[in-house]
Write a protein that binds this ligand. Sequence first.
Ligand SMILES: NC(=O)C1=CN([C@@H]2O[C@H](COP(=O)(O)OP(=O)(O)OC[C@H]3O[C@@H](n4cnc5c(N)ncnc54)[C@H](OP(=O)(O)O)[C@@H]3O)[C@@H](O)[C@H]2O)C=CC1
Ligand SMILES: O=C([O-])CC(=O)C(=O)O
Length: 274
Amino acid sequence: MVRSVGILGCGTIGTEIARAIATETVPATLSVVHGQHPDRVAAVQDQFDTDSQPRAAESISDLFEADIVIEAAGQDAVDDVAIDALEHGCECLLMSVGALADAELRSDVLEAADAGSGRLHLPSGAIAGLDAIKAAALTGELETATLQTTKPPSGLEGAPYIDANDIDLDAITEPTVVFEGPANEAASAFPSNINVAMALSLAGIGPSETAVEIVAHPDAETNTHTISATGGMGRIETTVENVPSPTNPKTSYLAAISAIEKLRSLSATVTVGT
Ligand SMILES: NC(=O)C1=CN([C@@H]2O[C@H](COP(=O)(O)OP(=O)(O)OC[C@H]3O[C@@H](n4cnc5c(N)ncnc54)[C@H](OP(=O)(O)O)[C@@H]3O)[C@@H](O)[C@H]2O)C=CC1
Ligand SMILES: O=C([O-])CC(=O)C(=O)O
């Protein structure tokens, strides 16, 4: 059955997901989109033939007519969409996983997923290795998990932690650790940069036990994420050197295609990997 999709956020990731639907990379229809700028909404609509263009939603609640609601708008939007979508029985795919660093919101969203007929999907996004992390965590084998993220200084611009600590990104001339701490602090300190830390936490040993280090590297051309984990299963280490998206260098291209693959897998009859 071809299912309908609603997208919240017509930026880099939302537009890429829409393109995957328009080009039939994913067997779904895009029925409705919601964005803040009419021109970005129109750019998403224009990827489709006139007779199959998604409707521009007037409010977030219009998205709940779709079978699957995708948030690609930012952490602030998660509270506005996730619980209501799940309570309407929609499947809900969140890109801004870091919003779940807020323990109360996390508990409410997980409760809504448990209580309703909808399911919650948190894709791997810009990191690799959550298949192994999940397997190790399930059996209680996983003991430590850390994420080291390296981005060009420009990829960290505007992060609340950078501004609050008066870190001058332009003055960085060598690789510099700008943040060290648990994933739940990292997610709100860098809301547009380190959502992946919350995905790692929720697959693994939890947000306060997952250690995060963020490095600003003046010569970096990629957004690099290294997961290191140890436990009774052995040692896991994965590194992804991500190509930044041309339209938003904070966001790695892999994040968008990870969501697209997750969307495809929702209607797949065969799945490969954990
Ligand atoms: N899990 C992962 O691996 C990753 C997750 N992310 C998360 O995904 C989010 C989206 O990434 P990306 O597409 O690159 O970001 P962009 O900034 O390119 O796009 C976000 C879009 O959402 C719009 N928007 C923001 N708030 C709302 C709202 N309340 N209602 C409707 N539209 C809204 C913005 O509009 P406007 O421009 O007008 O503000 C913008 O067009 C990021 O903010 C981040 O939280 C990002 C990268 C990796
Ligand atoms: O795209 C990336 O490299 C990771 C990212 O921005 C995030 O997790 O928010």
